[in-house]
Design a protein around this ligand. Sequence first.
Ligand SMILES: [Zn+2]
Length: 313
Amino acid sequence: MGGQVVVGVDIGGTKVLAGVVDEAGTVSSPARRTTPGRRGVTRQAEDALVEAVLESAAGRPLAGVGVAAAGFVDPAGERVMFAPHLPWQGEPLRDLLEERLGCPVLLDNDANCAARAEAHHGAARGAGSALMITMGTGIGGAVLIDGRVLRGANGMAGEFGHMQVVPGGQACECGKSGCWEQYSSGNALVRNARALMAEQPSVLAEVSGGRPERVNGPMVTAAAEEGDLVARQAFASVGDWLGIGTANLVAALDPEVVVVGGGVSAAGDRLLDPARAALRRTLVGAAHRRVPDVVAATLGPRAGMIGAALLLR
Ligand SMILES: [Zn+2]
């Protein structure tokens, strides 16, 4: 392995991050490129990825490259079947990259990679069974049972965000309605805050110049920090729904710990306390089992790179 490096890559709808990841899960020599987005050409997304890998490796030989992709990856880890924010459809990315980079390449979904990273080096370290719930604009996730990330028949296991929690509820971009992520996500947080602003005074009215459509997630987070009641209620609702959905997952999968990552998780206990309360309230047999703790992810935006690199170990 003299001088050889393992590079982990996280490719999402707006950017590709690459970094050299060592055995301890430490990232060095990070590199970043923008991705062309859904309307781009497949070759451009591939080019951005290859450039980021080569910049990160900085001339050192590659032992292997792991890729965490924000999309559906086939069970064999060879192809990106569909990615909502990238131009790939059934793209044989693993083979294409192996040819261009001249080293082994392994591929998985970004939430699966983040779960692997948190299980080895982060909030779920030492847990054999864990749930990872990623709260960004929507909800993604992954299931780790007995030390393995579940991939499923289509590689689609862990897509929790579109479990129906409210029959006939809020319309979802997926075409269905009442999906969990319509009630518990960054988008839900903002929607709650906008609705509550119409009924109660809030610092958000000032911050947004009186235009609720300008309110965004970071504004709600900052307002909650300042003690704004509208922002705090918006978080309480999203946290409560987080706990309700989590109770269903815990009933089905019985994990030791639930790790919540993604942008919204930066709110910490403001989000997690109401989730813990709702989990205890709604979980079957809560009085007769060890209810799993709900904790914030600890690796932040580097989890994808770290977990991608773990594919090679
Ligand atoms: Zn949906």
